[in-house]
Design a protein around this ligand. Structure first.
Ligand code: CA
Length: 235
């Protein structure tokens, strides 16, 4: 079944070329030219990925991102024309999976769409039976979700991939460049700060104390690794 991509963009020329190229790649598309309609379509139509412009009439892209994120883990790729560094990071802090700066090449954009759409949205909440709970982190492969103390965690697709990638090789340190390549799926397009933001958000969800992480450890100057005294148990 083909994947559906929601394009929220008020500049018609950009929206048209995005839709044209997405359809040529075999994606179905939905379009909105303001934030309010974008949010409505995101919630009603459950697209597989959202391309979300920042500067939009009625409701800006940051607000749309925040509202979508409160109920959905759909991959969100922000499109920003802004130069301010803080704006790029703000999108990530609000739960966007990535951003791309205008003007962008269509090849770069398509590479990112593909990388972000690889996994479908994580299944709805499901409690684990008490005998299956443990003190640690658990993964249920059947629905691709992560549990802590028997409670399903609300991880984005990217956070899930980052965690499972690191946990596959406890003690192995990966640089931010390596994580960008292996987890994000791009070799040089990405902004390495996206890795730091994703690690921080992941820690806030999986660690008891994000400042003193038990699972995802920083190796100063080198990168990150999953603790070799912990494991991600399969259930
Ligand atoms: Ca705009």
């Amino acid at each position: 079944m083909s994947k559906t991509i929601l394009v929220v963009e008020d500049e018609k020329a950009i929206a048209d070329i995005l839709v044209f190229n997405l359809q040529r790649e075999g994606y179905e598309t939905l379009e909105a030219n303001n934030g309010t309609d974008g949010l409505k379509l995101a919630l009603q139509k459950s697209p597989d990925l959202i391309l979300l412009d920042v500067m939009l009439p009625q409701m800006d892209g940051f607000e749309v991102c925040k509202k979508v994120r409160s109920s959905s883990q759909v991959p969100i790729l922000m499109l920003t024309a802004r130069e301010e560094e803080s704006d790029k990071i703000l999108g990530l802090e609000l739960g966007a999976d990535d951003y791309i700066t205008k003007p962008f090449s269509m090849r770069e954009l398509m590479a990112r769409v593909k990388a972000n759409i690889r996994r479908s949205v994580i299944s709805p909440e499901e409690e684990v039976k008490t005998e299956e709970t443990s003190d640690g982190l658990q993964i249920r492969a059947s629905n691709g979700s992560i549990y802590k103390h028997g409670k399903q965690l609300d991880l984005s697709v990217r956070e899930f991939e980052l965690l499972t990638f690191l946990a596959a090789t406890p003690g192995q340190v990966y640089s931010r460049e390596e994580l960008m390549e292996k987890v994000w799926g791009y070799e040089y397009y990405g902004d390495l700060r996206a890795v730091d933001v994703a690690i921080r958000r992941l820690r806030e969800k999986i660690e008891d104390q994000a400042a003193q992480p038990r699972y995802i450890i920083t190796k100063r100057g080198l990168g990150y690794y999953f603790s070799d005294t912990e494991k991600l148990e399969s259930i």
